[in-house]
Design a protein around this ligand. Sequence first.
Ligand code: SF4
Length: 298
Amino acid sequence: MPLPPSPSEALSTAVDGVEVLGALSPSRAADFMTCPLLYRFRTIDRLPERPSRDAVRGTLVHQVLEGLFDIPATGRTPERARDLLVPAWERLLEAEPELAEMFSGDADDDTAFDRWLTSAREVLDRYFSLEDPRLIEPAERELYVEALLDSRLLLRGFIDRLDVAPDGRIRVVDYKSGRSPSEAWEGKALFQLRFYALVIWRTRGVIPAMLQLVYLGNGELLRYVPDEQDVLATERKVEAIWRAIQLATEDGDWRPHRSRMCDWCSFREICPEWGGTPPPLPEAAPADPCGLTAEDVG
Ligand code: SF4
C-alpha cells in the first residue's frame, strides 16, 4: 500500500505544475544519485519500508538533541540529555506503534531493547565530547526551508539546527548518528548541507559561513566553508538531477544501480539486480512525487 503523504508536506508550497513544476529534497536527490530505481520505489511507488534500529536510533537522538535546547543553558548536561531519552522514545512509539516490531524478532532475547537504548545513550554521550550545548543558543531547530529556483523547481527540506552569530554569520548544523565518511566520500556527505546553503542563499541572500556535520557514531565533526562558486555549482547539480528525474519519469526507465548501498536497501527482494521483479508502475503518479519523508526531518 502506498505511504500517505508526510504531515510535513503541509508546510510546503504545493507543486501545481504551473508556478512550481516539481520539488526536490536532499534525501530524494541523494536517492536518485545512488540508484534511480531506489528513487522510484520511494517516491513514485511510495513503498513502505521496515524501520531499521539504526534509523530509529538516529531519529530518537535527533529528538533528544532538539529537546535539549528547550532547557535553560546551564541545565544542558549529559545526565539531563539521558533523562530525555525514554520520554522521547515513548512519544515516538505513540506516534508510530509499529516501531515496537523492531524488537519482535528477538522473542528469545529480552535484552535487545535495553541494549539498543544503551547504544542510543552512548551516541548521545558522544555529542558532549564534540560540543558544549551550554554555550550554544540555536537560532532555529528542525527548521523547514524552501526556495523556488528560476527553473520553477522547488528545493525544500528540514535543517537540524541553524546557529546565527551576533554579526549575522550563519552556521548550518546536521547531526548524523553514524560514523564520519572517509575522505573520498566527504563530498557526497556534504551534498545535503550544500543544498541547504543554496536554499539559504536564495531566500536570505547570504551564504552560510559554515556547514557542519556532527558524526555521533564516532565523535567527529566535518566542517566546510562554502563560497559562491560552491552554491552555484550545487544549483547546477540539482537542476541536472531534476532533469534526469524528469527524463526517467517520461521514459519509465528507472535503472537499478548496484553499489554497496544495496546492503542497506529495503527493496532487494523486488530489485532486478538481485533477481527480483519490480511491481508495475502505479497508474496515477502521486500528487506530489517528491514529498518529504521522515528521512528529511531527522
Ligand atoms: S537493491 Fe541496490 S540496485 Fe536495487 S533498488 Fe536497492 S539500491 Fe537500487
